[in-house]
Design a protein around this ligand. Structure first.
Ligand SMILES: [Zn+2]
Length: 255
């Protein structure tokens, strides 16, 4: 049962007919891990907290720096030098005390990803490096948990929701992790903060849909966003049956 306070706090969610009180309960029971509390992770965390996602794991080992503030809207100038997960937890608690925040201060890699994602229903990849991106993909495929993936650079964004064995995973598209240094880093290419905001808001929306079971998630479709032209386009993609992560030889007997 929702309390009087919750009925008031989430009134605009509840009045949406496909959400209702039942959908709000699902949000409050959802356990979501957001990996990366930066330009993407900031709007993801804020919108999920505002919507009433009950448990929010936030994984990031960095400290807030001055150059983060142009896009990482979870943080204030006075946060410089402090750990990101602690600052994020404080902001989220101030926004919505219903949310239980679990800070994870270790970098996610291929060795620890299975353990880190284990307590959660679904994962948001808001990282800026390939080793974490591939580790999350492989761990979510093994655990058959949805993964909401996004990447941004300059004025462009890319989104894909991965439902393992139902649609393609990240390795279906890009089977092997590029060697370190093969691609320019975000610090070299730059990013407009509002572009990360658009992609992060779309990731939060995908989570809300997955948690409540409404709508059509971005499974089997890559969404490309061009901020300079303000245009969106979609590319349909299929599972790759030779995928090193979710290919036929890995197919789970449960599906
Ligand atoms: Zn795959």
């Amino acid at each position: 049962m929702l309390t009087q306070e919750q009925l008031a706090r989430y009134a605009r969610n509840i009045v949406v007919d496909v959400i209702g009180q039942d959908g709000q309960q699902r949000l409050l029971h959802a356990k979501v891990l957001v990996v990366g509390a930066g330009g993407l992770g900031s709007p993801v965390c804020l919108y999920l907290a505002a919507a009433g996602i009950g448990t929010l794991g936030i994984a990031d080992q960095d400290r807030v720096s001055l150059s983060n503030l142009q896009r990482q809207i979870l943080y204030r100038t006075s946060d410089i030098g402090q750990g990101k997960t602690g600052c994020a937890a404080r902001e989220i608690q101030a926004l919505n005390p219903d949310v239980r925040v679990i800070p994870v201060d270790t970098p996610v890699n291929a060795r620890n990803a299975d353990d880190i994602i284990a307590p959660y229903d679904m994962v948001v990849s808001a990282v800026d490096n390939f080793s974490s991106r591939y580790a999350l993909n492989d761990a979510c495929v093994r655990a058959q948990k949805p993964l909401v993936e996004a990447g941004v650079s300059r004025f462009e964004g890319l989104l894909l929701t991965i439902k393992p064995f139902e649609g393609p995973c990240y390795r279906c598209l890009f089977p092997e992790e590029p060697p370190e240094g093969a691609l320019p880093s975000p610090a070299q290419t730059g990013i407009i903060g509002a572009v990360a905001g658009v992609a992060g808001c779309l990731q939060a929306l995908e989570v809300i849909k997955l948690a409540t079971g409404v709508g059509s998630p971005l499974v089997g479709r890559i969404l490309l966003f061009d901020g300079l032209e303000t245009s969106f386009r979609e590319i349909r993609i299929e599972r790759n049956h030779a995928c090193p992560s979710c290919g036929d030889q890995k197919k789970s007997p449960r599906w």
